[in-house]
Design a protein around this ligand. Structure first.
Ligand code: AMP
Ligand code: MG
Length: 427
């Protein structure tokens, strides 16, 4: 059995198995979602170029190599409380004990050199050498220049030891970590001013179709507004992604071939919509072949979005989504998003959760179905209950917009009964 390629703690992550070299031509055209995902992700090698960026600009970028503490943290023994540093050897005989206050140190100050007595010390200040406990000020009675204490503090009390949080060289974050609020704080605390991050993933988007006009333009006969262009643009807004728009391309094989080649010469990933089925205005497959590209997925046993082209043009991955917007969305979610994650050096996992069906369906088995749905409540065990947005399958984008996820109906299921355990992909 081939090993699992990607496993991460958390929800029901979809694991995928390596299906062999991605360049191996598909034997049958209709393949499972898992197999298509494995082939797609195998094409998406992590970007090797890296850059050093100032920490203030690193939020949302992906760490290219593990970060380690430059020195021990904290770097010196310091007071964890406001109080008095004492030497326990001086607390002999029966208490209470009295010690003269011989110095003072606050955070950022230098520890005074002293060999006896007590030092007034504030949180974060260095503990003077030879002093082995800090007594909280609430435990002390101070009278002029003298303090009185009733109990002997344990050794090391209220002292944060050098290296207590992290030893020098200890790992802080692993390669592939997405730098967010917590990661930024950890890097800053460890003194890392310019983390090493991967260069941004370059994504080229283009949509095809003679019928397309930008949203809001006056529609002539047969025209529609382009939904996929704006959808794909919105899908890739991330600090670790750089997108270029290669426009709306006409259904003409020569123009399309040229646009694909240009996009691929710049991008790590070229995402297109339309032209992937078998009609005579569907030129994507032929244009891809003319660029010298290769195809590893043509059709997936899924609904919606059965025809989908996944392959490569030169060093770029190409995802050719179908034009029907819901199909394009599902194709992007299932294959595009994991490919971008893999290119960025992130785990290409889907974060499915398990839910209970709040509906009963008869269905024709064969294709795995991804249906816009929403969580409507919980059952007595606390499991979330899901209902589809519409009774019958629809390509409506309004249904997608009203959904909070896609409920996944297994390929081989003949019926879904209310209460069945199903996977759900939150959006
Ligand atoms: P295609 O995959 O090119 O055959 O397109 C399938 C259907 O999706 C057709 O009805 C197209 O008009 C429609 N379509 C294609 N591209 C888009 C787009 N960018 N926005 C909205 N609808 C589209
Ligand atoms: Mg078309």
């Amino acid at each position: 059995m081939t090993p699992l390629r990607s496993v991460e703690a958390g929800d029901a992550l979809v694991e995928y198995r390596d299906q062999g070299p991605a360049t191996e031509p598909p034997r049958d055209h209709l393949i499972s979602v898992e197999k298509a995902l494995a082939r797609a992700v195998a094409l998406a090698r992590p970007i090797s170029e890296t850059e050093l960026v100032p920490l203030a600009e690193a939020s949302g970028r992906v760490l290219a190599e593990g970060a380690r503490a430059l020195g021990p943290l904290p770097s010196f023994d310091s007071a964890a409380m406001d109080g008095y540093a004492v030497r326990r050897v001086e607390l002999i005989g029966a208490g209470p004990w009295q010690l003269p206050v011989v110095g003072r140190v606050a955070a950022g100050g230098l520890a005074p050199e002293a060999f006896s007595g007590a030092i007034r010390i504030l949180t974060g200040a260095p503990v003077p050498a030879g002093f082995d406990a800090v007594v909280m000020q609430e435990r002390v009675r101070r009278d002029g220049g003298v303090i009185r204490l009733d109990t002997i503090p344990p050794a090391g009390d209220n002292i944060r030891r050098a290296g207590e949080d992290l030893a020098a060289g200890a790992p802080i974050l692993s390669a592939g970590a997405l730098i967010g609020v917590r990661e930024t704080a950890a890097l800053a605390a460890a003194g890392i001013a310019r983390p090493h991050v991967r260069r941004r993933v370059r994504i080229a988007t283009l949509v095809t179709g003679d019928e397309l006009l930008p949203a809001g333009d006056a529609l002539g006969p047969g025209h529609i507004w382009d939904a996929n262009g704006p959808m794909l643009a919105a899908a890739v807004v991330q600090p670790w992604i750089e997108r270029r728009d290669f426009g709306r391309v006409h259904d003409d094989p020569i123009t399309l071939t040229k646009a694909l080649s240009e996009a691929a010469s710049w991008a790590d990933l070229v995402v297109t919509s339309g032209g992937v089925s078998v009609g005579d205005a569907d030129h994507m497959g032929r244009a891809l072949a003319r660029t010298g590209g290769e195809v590893v997925v043509k059709q997936v046993a899924m609904k919606p979005g059965k025809p989908i082209l996944i392959g490569r043009i030169g060093r770029s991955v190409h995802i050719g989504l179908p034009g029907t917007p819901l199909s394009a969305f599902v194709g992007w979610t299932l294959f595009g998003a994991p490919c971008v994650a893999a290119l960025a050096g992130r785990p290409p996992c889907r974060r499915d959760i398990f839910v209970r069906a709040g509906f009963t369906f008869e269905r024709r088995p064969g294709r795995c179905e991804f249906r816009p749905a929403r969580r409507v409540g919980t059952d007595e065990t606390g499991a979330q209950i899901v209902e589809p947005i519409t009774e019958r399958f629809t390509h409506s984008l309004a249904a997608l917009a009203a959904a909070d996820g896609l409920v996944i109906l297994p390929a081989d299921a003949k019926q879904i009964l209310e209460g069945d355990l199903l996977r759900f992909l939150p959006l």
